[in-house]
Design a protein around this ligand. Structure first.
Ligand code: UDP
Ligand code: MG
Length: 313
């Protein structure tokens, strides 16, 4: 059986289009399937759209969150509640092309791979600055972390049960699913495809939200910002010792008194700024530790048509 997880946040226009297209593909594949729709606290008619679909098709299940918990939480709720031997995560906006599913399935059935991940090779319909930033982010991610993430990787992938179990076992509160997929390992096949534009509705990811998401991703899978601040501190200390020797020798050898009140102030402000910056890095990690130790649930379900669902998880 294949399970399809679909996180939805204000997707009332896109959802029916998605359902139609994905069921067509799944029917052609002639496998058993379930579609788990997750309403991430939408403010529009997404939930009633889901109920409509569920009424006409008993393979459609839905979980509605009590508020907007974010896509990461929605995906986690999906992983916790699907039963399939094969599980896929797909966006509701048809940017993750359902037509790739048969090929993905075919690759997994050959038994040489445990998961097939989609990777877009073009960024058609995306702003240039945004593309440049994403490419920069993936480069940084690659060098700073041990979790393998390919440039252009999407959350869209089909995986075997054993990988899903591993992802569910990673129950950290600060989730970055792309990194988690890489961290749990298993043999992954990267399937390239052309980017598609949204079928309907608007993207929920503004520029600054994406920047924050990128920073979180790096912090969740790497300690390199901390090492960076340590090395910066060591470098500055060595540099200041050299400067000190220079000033002392100049005074002894040439009797030059030290001048330059302005330059001292500049240096002091510079050092003060660096200290705050490094303290900020440490603070960000402490904030994450704080959230992690509270063991809050990732999501709270307010409505569902699955009796056996994990309502708080
Ligand atoms: N999404 C969600 N919760 C959120 C934001 C987004 O479940 O808080 C869902 C959204 O409904 C969509 C998917 O995540 O199915 C990807 O979002 P979007 O298409 O806006 O992102 P983009 O493809 O532009 O990166
Ligand atoms: Mg999208």
């Amino acid at each position: 059986m294949i399970s399809i997880i679909v996180p939805c946040y204000n997707e009332q226009e896109a959802l029916p289009l998605f359902y139609e297209e994905v069921t067509k593909v799944l029917a052609d594949m002639k496998t058993e399937y379930e579609i788990l729709l997750i309403d991430d606290g939408s403010a529009d008619g997404t939930l009633s759209e889901m109920k409509k679909l569920a009424k006409n098709d008993e393979r459609v299940r839905y979980l509605a969150f009590s508020r907007n918990f974010g896509k990461e939480s929605a995906m986690y709720a999906g992983f916790c509640n699907v039963k399939g031997d094969f599980v896929a995560v797909m966006d509701a906006d048809l940017q993750d092309d359902p037509a790739l599913l048969p090929e993905m399935m075919h690759i997994l059935e050959s038994d040489a791979y445990d998961s097939v991940a989609a990777r877009r090779i073009s960024r058609k319909g995306e702003g240039r600055i945004r593309s440049a930033f994403s490419n920069g982010f993936y480069k940084l991610m690659e060098s700073a972390t041990e979790a393998e993430i390919k440039s252009g990787a999407r959350d869209f992938r089909l995986m075997k049960r054993k990988m899903v179990d591993a992802v569910v076992a990673m129950s950290e509160y600060n989730r970055f699913t792309k990194g988690i997929f890489g961290w749990v390992g298993f043999r992954t096949y990267w399937l390239d495809y052309e980017n598609r534009e949204r079928a309907a509705g608007k993207t929920k990811w503004g520029f600054w939200k994406l920047v924050g998401y990128g920073i979180d991703g790096i912090m969740n899978f790497s300690q390199s910002p901390l090492s960076f601040s340590s090395w910066l501190g060591i470098g500055m200390t060595l540099f200041s010792i050299v400067m000190l020797l220079f000033v002392i020798i100049r005074r002894l050898a040439f009797g030059d008194p030290v001048a330059g009140w302005a330059s001292i102030i500049c240096v002091m402000i510079f050092i003060g700024g660096l200290q705050l910056f490094c303290l900020g890095i440490i603070g960000q990690y402490i904030a994450k530790i704080y959230l992690e130790t509270k063991h809050r649930p990732h999501y709270i379900v307010s409505e569902t048509n699955m009796e056996e669902a994990k309502k708080i998880g």
